[in-house]
Design a binder for this molecule. Sequence first.
Ligand code: FAD
Length: 485
Amino acid sequence: MEEPVTEEYTYIVVGGGIAGVTCAEHLYILHPEAQTLVLTATPLIKAVTNVLPLTKTLDTFEVEEHDPNTLQSKCPSVSVIQDCMARLDVEKQLVHTSAGRCFSYQKLCVCTGATPKVLAERGPHVVWLRDTESAQQFQTRIKDARRIMIVGNGGIATEMVYEVTGVEIIWAMKDKHMTAHFIDPGAAEFMQPELIREKDEGPTISKRRKYTVEHSSQISRTSLIGGSLGPDWHSGLKLKGKTERKIIMEKEVEVKRIFEPMEVMQLEEAITRLNSEEGEWPVYVELTNGKIYGCDFIVSAIGVTPNVSAVTTGNNFALGEDGGLLIDEKMRTTEKNIFAAGDVCSPGWQVAPHWFQMRLWTQARQMGSYASKCMWSSLAGEEIYMDFCFELFSHATKFFGHKVILLGLFNGQGLDGKYEILLRYTRGMEYIKCVMVEGRMQGAVLIGETDMEETFENLILNQMDLSEYGEDLLNPDIDIEDYFD
Ligand code: FAD
């Protein structure tokens, strides 16, 4: 077979998600005369807009989906090609695509994201959320649903339980309390009233372009590797079932088996019925606590697996424990001239005491930006230093309608339970938790409009001894910003 003509680029970025697009934009700033290629499986790419700095390490921003031309006209030496990387030849520094094209690179950045883990028995009754198309499928299915089961306890499951109305939700989680990856039992209790409340039906107008019909039909051809959605995945969608909202939490459980109605006939006695007129359900789920619930469908929200197969096939990349491409402090994988950023990678460097990886928008953007500097510096022979954002974990989000800011070891991560907690709690208003070790702040959870993020960020970063303030640190009558800013 005839070899395809090799098209030459200085930089190639694989993936049009936040990590990939940020990396390409910053490569253009650093090295505008170099030819950069963004190779992406989907027709639309992500763009970060409305960036507002909150603290030194934390910005809030919105993410939109754009036509690739937007990036190409902003960064003229960046080309975007919609095609899929099928094979990577690390020796010859070549990327082969599904459409049969071949591109050479001097530096390559892999930003192929992650794919949702799906319950072992996936079948037609199991859905998951990842991209625009899966969100639309969810919308279509929910409108005829009376009851769904949501399995998982992370950000996506939490958002979904909050956003979906007019349906009974069985929320099955492995942990002892809801949203355990992000908040402790106290904060979970703070959020509880919002969990039960039926939401007002607000307007469902989306300012993004991602939910239009023509885009979704384009996307369906490549649905397996669409870019991940973010915090506003539900905006523009009507997520209403056809009954009354009710939440039943099943804690410390996993899914044991999924049954078709026929299979469950002999188990009639064992089925947990929430009312006497339930009738038959399209699917039944047995949990490890022995309960069997019927429902219309099951949502699998049990985490993600890094998308590495396109690069690992035939190559020897080292992987992290969670299956991501292992990278060093210069974002380099173990293969020459190949970098990685975003959900696909696993940091293998000695991370700062108050930072850790979580596969989130914020980190995809930070890593994409830093990876561009690393790629450019390795070509230009310039020395660079690790970006300051890797000094402190910080994340801003919304849970159950409340503003949530997480800083440092906010859940006592890695502290082996050897920490104290300072708490300030005003029902319905604010929840402030500080994780303290020997009088020094290690992390914080700020829920509500607390305005403390900057002060607490400083206190975690500078590790000031706060023992003398004791509980007064959170005394509402003392303006601690005056002391520490
Ligand atoms: P992605 O955005 O997944 O982009 C990967 C890109 O690679 C895509 O463009 C894909 O088409 C492309 N690609 C993959 N394979 C190939 C290939 N072989 N060839 C060419 N291109 C390829 N994070 C938050 O911070 N807050 C939230 O509230 C939040 N909510 C979320 C809700 C949902 C429903 C989901 C799914 C995720 C959510 N996340 C949230 C996580 C966040 O979306 C991700 O961490 C982030 O988008 C990762 O960005 P990325 O660029 O690494 O990967």
